[in-house]
Every structure is written in C-alpha cells, then in structure tokens.
Design a protein around this ligand. Structure first.
Ligand code: NAD
Ligand code: IPM
Ligand code: MN
Length: 356
C-alpha cells in the first residue's frame, strides 16, 4: 500500500521520539512491502519561531491531505509567557478542531514486564485493561473565554460547554468499543455540581438505554474516579468522559503502566486522517539528552497503522516488537526502576532489531 504520513515532530523531546517512530514505520514498510511517504511539518513552538503561528496554513493543508498524522509533542518554557499572544498548544488544539477529531482513544494496559516500574502495588495493577475515550473538540477547552477588568484587577473565564450531539457521538463510540471488549462503559462527570455534566449524564443515559441496552453502564463522579482509577483499575473497561477530565485522568492512569512514556493515543473523527501521538508532552526537563522513552510514540505509530491504514497485521507486529524488547529487559530511564537503561536511540534500535 502507498500511504502519505505527515510527521509533526514539535518541540522538546518531540523530534527525538518522532525520529524513532519514523524508523519503525520505515521498517514495517520494508518488511510488509508498503511504501510510506513522510512529510515533516512545523507545528507548535518551532512554528511560532519560524512562521509566527503555531499551526501554519501549509502544515494544516498537508495534514488534511495525509492518510495519517504522527505528532511528537509541543510546548516548552520558551513559549510559556502567560502574556504571549499565542502558544504552541493552541496549534494542537486548532489542528484537532479543524480536522474534527472529537474522539481521543487512550488505552491503558500495563505490561506484565513493567509491573515493578509502577509506584502502585502489583495486586492493584495486574489485569488492568482500560480504554479511555476522551471527548477532544468540545468542553472547557473550546468554550467561550476571555478576560475583563475587575475591581480587584482582572477577571478571566473559560466556559465548559457541551451540546447533545457532542455527548451522544462520543458515548456511542464508547459503547461500540465496549461491544468489542468486555461490554462495560463507565461515564465520568461532575453532575453533582456542573450543569454541563448534568446534560452529559442525561444524554449518555439516553444513548445507552436506547441504542446499547446490552452494555453494562454506570456513572462515576470525576473526583471519586481519580481515586478508583488507582485503587481498583481492573473494574473498568471503557471509560468515556469530557475533554479536561479525560486529560487529567489519563496522565494519572499512566502510573498503572508506570510512565507517561508508555501511553499512546489516537484522535479520530467521522472521516479524514487520524492524529496519533503519545499522551505525554514535550518533557522540557529531559529534552536534548537522548533519554526520552520512544515507546509511546512507537505504539502511537502502530495505532495509526491500525486505525487509519487498516494494516492490522503490521500494527500487531509493532506491538509484539515492543513486548519483545520489554521481555528482553530493555528499559529507558523512566521505566528502569533503578536498573540499567537505554537511550532513546538504543530503545528504538531494539524495536527495529525485532522487526527485522
Ligand atoms: P510532560 O508530559 O512533558 O512531562 C511530565 C513528566 O513526564 C516530565 O518529568 C517528563 O520528563 C516525563 N516524561 C514525559 N514524556 C516522557 C518520555 N517519553 N520519556 C520519559 N519521560 C517522559 O508534561 P509537562 O512537563 O507538564 O509539560 C511540558 C510541555 O508539554 C508543556 O508545554 C505542555 O503544554 C506540553 N504538552 C504537550 C502535549 C502534546 O503536545 N500533546 C501533551 C502534554 C503536555
Ligand atoms: C494532551 C495535552 C494537550 C491537552 C495540551 C498540550 C493542549 O495535555 O494532549 O494531553 O490538554 O489536550
Ligand atoms: Mn495531557
């Protein structure tokens, strides 16, 4: 198959991990007889520096034409001034919105080889297999916002807004995903306080009752979920929630596999290319040191093959290669639990060696 893959390396560790993701995709193309064309585009802080905007028109145009997009991460201290007129993160948010990527899939399935890399106890983690569905183009990230004068100085607001259709479509996807898994959906909200969550809860219940009566369905408040996620993670199958709650809960959930560096994600819409990225950020604290874990990005590349290109066997080969390097005891610093560790490049090379 011929495929056109846009790479958005981004900032910080982004270029370091994307390089490994690209090498892995090239190895897959070679092994399975495909031809992948890669186009690398500026996005994020680097694009602010080179183009004065975090999402240049040419980058957006290239993304629209792509079969799949692989992103490293954007942001960093250089662009963190709260008075700046734009930010790297705004580019990513615009890209998600422009491509209507409303569904962010974040699987959390700890590797048996990494149980000791987690700060949590083995008996809590073992057997966990959760698929988070985070709504990605609505909620507090995209509601009306502003700043105005106030007697004390200024007042700022960011509104959390959802409409019926936005809730219904993500809940529907969650239920469909659950049909292919163990048949349970948990919706997470803050309906005891927020009007927007009460709408979310009404719509979710309606969709589940009308369209998915066979799926076991329950609701959990987000504050309690933060606790259940690390005290009884095995009890959850598909978890569906809004944009900000999903963002926060999945970073917390990264402690189940033991590191943010292990969690990939797929952002999908009704049509068009998907956007694939690790859930972590640009990790400025370890950027340019060559020690970032590339596995989340490599696993995101596998999700791209699976969801956007329909190459399930190829995706499975990457997943198996990651398992194999972990079996062989290869670790980067974030998952080394004090043991010997590899550089970003060495970990990428270990995956490539298995892929052949
Ligand atoms: P972060 O995810 O970048 O880092 C949090 C911690 O996890 C750091 O200690 C970091 O070293 C570690 N970490 C992250 N990825 C790692 C990896 N692959 N290997 C080893 N360790 C890893 O979060 P932050 O520090 O809060 O944010 C830094 C910047 O990244 C901010 O500008 C933020 O807006 C941005 N960010 C971008 C994205 C994205 O582009 N999708 C996602 C999250 C944060
Ligand atoms: C993520 C990040 C982004 C988000 C930021 C960088 C806009 O934290 O992808 O999880 O909050 O969605
Ligand atoms: Mn995040």
């Amino acid at each position: 198959m011929d495929a056109n893959i846009v790479l958005l390396p981004g900032d910080g560790i982004g270029p370091e991990i994307i390089e490994q993701g690209q090498l892995v995709l090239e190895a897959v193309a070679k092994r399975f007889g495909h031809s992948f064309q890669f186009t690398s585009c500026p996005m994020g802080g680097n694009a602010i520096d080179s183009h004065g905007t975090p999402l240049p028109d040419e980058t957006l145009a290239a993304c629209r034409k792509a079969d799949a997009i692989l992103l490293g991460a954007v942001g960093g201290p250089k662009w963190d001034d709260p008075n700046a007129k734009t930010r790297p993160e705004a580019g990513l948010l615009s890209l998600r919105k422009e491509l209507q990527l409303f569904a962010n899939l974040r699987p959390i399935k700890p590797y048996k080889q990494l149980i000791d890399a987690s700060p949590l106890k083995r008996e809590i983690i073992e057997g966990t297999d959760i698929l988070f569905l985070r709504e990605l183009t609505g909620g507090i990230y995209f509601g009306d916002s502003g700043v105005k004068p106030h007697a004390s100085g200024e007042e700022a607001y960011s509104m959390m807004v959802y409409n019926t259709e936005e809730v219904a479509r993500i809940v529907r996807l969650a239920a469909k995903a659950a049909q292919l898994r163990s048949g349970r959906v948990t919706s997470v909200d803050k309906a005891n306080v927020l009007e927007v969550s009460r709408l979310w809860r009404r719509v979710a219940a309606q969709v589940m009752a009308d369209e998915f009566p066979d799926i076991q369905y329950d609701v959990v408040l987000v504050d309690a979920m933060a606790m259940h996620l690390i005290s009884r993670p095995r009890d959850f199958d598909v978890v569906v929630t809004g944009n900000m709650f999903g963002d926060i809960l999945t970073d917390e959930g990264s402690m189940l596999p033991g590191s943010l560096g292990m969690l990939p994600s797929a952002s999908l819409g009704e049509a068009g290319p998907g956007l694939y990225e690790p859930i972590h950020g640009s990790a400025p604290d370890i950027a340019s040191q060559g020690i970032a874990n590339p596995l989340a990005t490599i696993l995101a590349a596998a999700m791209a093959l699976h969801h956007s290109l329909g190459l399930t066997e190829e995706a499975a080969a990457i997943d198996a290669a990651v398992e194999a390097v972990l079996d062989a005891g290869h670790r980067t610093a974030d998952i080394a639990a004090g043991g010997k560790c590899l550089s970003t490049e060495q970990m990428g090379a270990a995956v490539l060696a298995v892929l052949g």
